[in-house]
Design a protein around this ligand. Sequence first.
Ligand code: ADP
Ligand code: MG
Length: 244
Amino acid sequence: MALVARDLSAQVRLDRQLVRSEKLAMVGSLAAGLAHEIGTPLNVISATAEFLLPDAGEEARAQLRGIVAETERISRLVRDLLTFARATSPGKTAVALPGAVARVLSLLRITLERRRVRVETRLPDDLPELHADPDGLHQILLNLVVNASQAVAEGGRVVVAARAVEEDGERSVQLEVHDDGPGVPPALRERVLDPFFTTRAEGTGLGLAVVARIVADHGGDLRVGTGPLGGASFTVQLPAEEVR
Ligand SMILES: Nc1ncnc2c1ncn2[C@@H]1O[C@H](COP(=O)(O)OP(=O)(O)O)[C@@H](O)[C@H]1O
Ligand SMILES: [Mg+2]
């Protein structure tokens, strides 16, 4: 697998991570305050536009639909910003990855079926439990699988795989989500993790930034590369629960 940072030194990567997490902390505290102030008037605007729709003339209807669509975009942004505000992971405990994956896939079932996206899981039976915040793990899996399913064409493939890793007596679990979409161009592999970086018209650019932050909170590692299906591959390494 091609690693994000083959030519970046460990120090440069750490610096980037620090800048990223400082940026995120700031965004988080701003978001919590703003989300509340923005949410209520936004709902009023959107509800009013929808109320006026049925009786409006053709031209006005198109404009009202524009208002609804734009308020939805702001709602998405506010919701994603709120995820930041909450993305602190205090409660680390033993979590079984297969259960977490199953919950995320069942949550996404209808979305995935609608686009006929096939998700395959490859999780060995003897996989150690993770030492992780269950909500954080959920968010990581959700964001990576959602991204993969948005990247692939209708009928595309997504694989969620994991394996145990042991380095210097430290056990961890390497989780990989890859797909058969167009992949992430090498030049963008660091930038896709930055807050607000997006190439999607509907995107907020916060999904991978949230993943990067949660992974960093766990002392883990996140890499972007090319997977065996030719599309993007996101590899997350998280500590395993100690067995005693
Ligand atoms: N599986 C993937 N395949 C190709 N590109 C991806 C994939 N996942 C993420 N990306 C790229 O990374 C960008 C940032 O993703 P993300 O932070 O989740 O924000 P958003 O989904 O709102 O755009 C996307 O806009 C896309 O360009
Ligand atoms: Mg996303």
